[in-house]
Structures are given as structure tokens and as C-alpha cells.
Design a protein around this ligand. Structure first.
Ligand code: BDR
Ligand code: CA
Length: 315
């Protein structure tokens, strides 16, 4: 059983990733924290609570609201509503939960869960690294309590999606991810090199809704509904017709089934200054590299297998 601590910004694809994790028999989600990203931290926290209710897990998994802005304050920053809608969930409304968000600062929440499950926690990042960076700043020993970090974000060779060279989660808070990258913990980056290599066809999601297990029919129907907006955003802005990339769910899949990707370890930093390059991953590929700590980057992926793994969780 893999213990997952999920930091996110739900988010259409975050929602898909969370429901996937909740439906995996080999995974236990021990907590969810939320930061600003696809929507405000308050809206994202509300979304996470509602998602748990939808999955029949109301009151079982603690949810904590975290950073309302990036590590060193807000820059010009618009929510990606063409993809995630006004509410982060493709403008789809689901019933409110009676569960309340944890009454804790996010650093205390994450550190406490890491201590209670010392050495066992796989930390999953599906949004900006703000909450994790803040926890490392407040509790430097947090790093040693975590088994592994798997984060969706960045790109090494593929083009960016927020700028020519930067992916949205890294672009939104480069200082936070750079700080996280400089810690001594095993960090795997699941970036656009692999997430854009997966094409999830909307029609396949509709087929899944017909064939999935009875007890997750409502969840899969919801995934179909929220992805109408996501698909439309990808059609208009990325010229993807009938399909979209698989970002956040792939981080969970890599955490649970590492053999579906080929990776390369390289020392790396994240550019925090450049006018054109803010949020860009800078890997040191010299013969004698020294810029940054070693990070494992996912560079190739088995698309067919990923889609099977995703769908199997709901079958
Ligand atoms: C990432 O940015 C967010 O909009 C998505 O939820 C995903 O985490 C993709 O670049
Ligand atoms: Ca996300």
C-alpha cells in the first residue's frame, strides 16, 4: 500500500488524478492540501472537499487550505479559466460536503502527516510547489521524513505551455520549485515531455462511463462533464480536436507504476529571473555538471499502458 499525500490546485485534471488515486486499491490517500493555481486556494479547497464527497469518502481524508499566493507574492497571474472554468471544475457543480477543511496552517498539516507516517509518504505535487516550499522553510527536517516526491510540472525538451519554455506549475511559482529541487530527497519530475505524449480521447472517457464499475458511475460521469470545458480549451488554444493531454493523472500513475516511463537523472535548477525564461528548467548536461541537485526527469512514456492503467482503476 502506497501512502499518498497530495498537494494540488483542483483543477479538472487534478480532479481526475484524485479520483484515480481514490480508486486504486494499492494506494491510500492520507491527506490533500491546496494552493492557488487553477483557481483560488479557497475555491480549490472547496473543490477537494466536494470531490471526496462525490467519491463517498466524506470525512475520511483531511483537506487543508494552503497558499493563497506564490512563495514571494503575486505577479501578474490569471486563472486558466478557458481550460478549468470559473470554479476550477469546468463550471460543473457538485454537492457541498459537511466536512470542513483542517484548522491548521498548511506547513503544520503537511509536517504532521509526514511525522505520523515517517519514511512512508510519497508526496505528490499536482500544482505549484508553494505549500511544499513553505513547509521546507518552516521545517527543514520535513525533507527527511518523505520517501519520495513526484511532481507534475516543467518540461525539459518539449515546448512550454505558459511561455515558450515554461510549464504552468513551474511558471506560477518558480522560486518554490527551485527551492524544492535543491533539497536532498528523491524527486521525480513528470513534465510536458511525457504528459503531452498522452492523448486522452473524449470518446474513450464516454465509453468508460458506460463500462465502469457500478460504484464509480457517478465519478466517471462527472469526469466526462468537467472535461467538456477542458476539451474545449484544448481545442481552442492547442488545436487538439477530440482529445487532450494527460497532465496530473500521469504523476499519480508514475508514482504507483514507475516502469511506464523512461527517465534520466540530471542536475537541474529552475530559472526565476529571466524575462523570457522564468520558470524554465535548466539541466546541467555538461560532462562535469555541478549546477543543482540530481533530479529524475521522465522523458519517454508508454501511452497505451498509461491509458489502460487509468481506465482500469474505474473498471
Ligand atoms: C498543469 O497546470 C495546471 O493547469 C494543470 O492542472 C496541471 O497541473 C499542466 O501544465
Ligand atoms: Ca494541477
Amino acid at each position: 500500500m502506497t501512502k499518498l499525500l497530495i498537494d494540488c490546485d483542483p483543477g479538472v485534471d487534478d480532479a481526475m488524478a484524485i479520483l484515480f488515486a481514490l480508486n486504486r486499491r494499492d494506494a491510500e490517500v492520507i491527506g490533500i492540501s491546496v494552493a492557488r493555481g487553477n483557481c483560488s486556494a479557497a475555491q480549490g479547497t472547496e473543490n477537494a472537499l466536494r470531490l471526496l464527497k462525490l467519491a463517498g469518502r466524506e470525512g475520511e481524508i483531511p483537506v487543508c487550505m494552503g497558499a493563497a499566493e506564490p512563495l514571494y507574492g503575486l505577479r501578474e497571474d490569471r486563472y486558466p479559466t478557458p481550460f478549468h472554468g470559473e470554479n476550477g471544475l469546468g463550471n460543473i457543480k457538485i454537492p457541498a460536503s459537511s466536512q470542513k477543511a483542517a484548522d491548521e496552517e498548511v506547513e503544520d498539516f503537511l509536517y504532521r502527516l509526514a511525522l505520523e507516517n515517517e519514511g512512508e509518504v510519497v508526496l505528490i505535487e499536482l500544482g505549484r510547489m508553494t505549500n511544499i516550499a513553505r513547509t521546507v522553510q518552516k521545517y527543514p527536517s520535513f525533507v527527511k521524513k518523505i520517501r519520495r516526491v513526484v511532481c507534475m510540472g516543467g518540461t525539459v525538451f518539449a515546448p512550454g505551455n505558459s511561455s515558450p519554455v515554461a510549464e504552468a506549475n513551474f511558471y506560477g511559482d518558480p522560486e518554490a520549485i527551485d527551492l524544492v529541487m535543491q533539497q536532498d530527497w528523491p524527486l521525480t519530475v513528470v513534465g510536458l515531455d511525457v504528459t503531452t505524449a498522452i492523448h486522452l480521447y473524449y470518446d474513450d472517457l464516454l465509453k468508460l462511463a458506460e463500462r465502469c464499475r457500478e460504484d464509480c458511475k457517478e465519478e466517471v460521469k462527472f469526469l466526462c462533464d468537467i472535461n467538456v470545458c477542458y476539451q474545449e480549451g484544448n481545442r481552442r488554444q492547442n488545436r487538439m480536436f477530440g482529445y487532450f493531454p494527460l497532465h496530473d493523472p500521469l504523476a499519480l500513475i508514475v508514482a504507483l507504476e514507475p516502469s511506464i516511463v523512461n527517465t534520466r537523472r540530471m542536475p537541474a535548477r529552475v530559472e526565476c529571473e529571466g524575462k523570457l525564461t522564468r520558470g524554465m528548467i535548466v539541466t546541467d548536461r555538461r560532462d562535469h555538471p555541478f549546477e543543482g541537485k540530481n533530479v529524475e526527469f521522465c522523458l519517454e512514456v508508454n501511452e497505451r499502458k498509461v491509458l489502460d492503467i487509468l481506465f482500469d482503476a474505474f473498471m
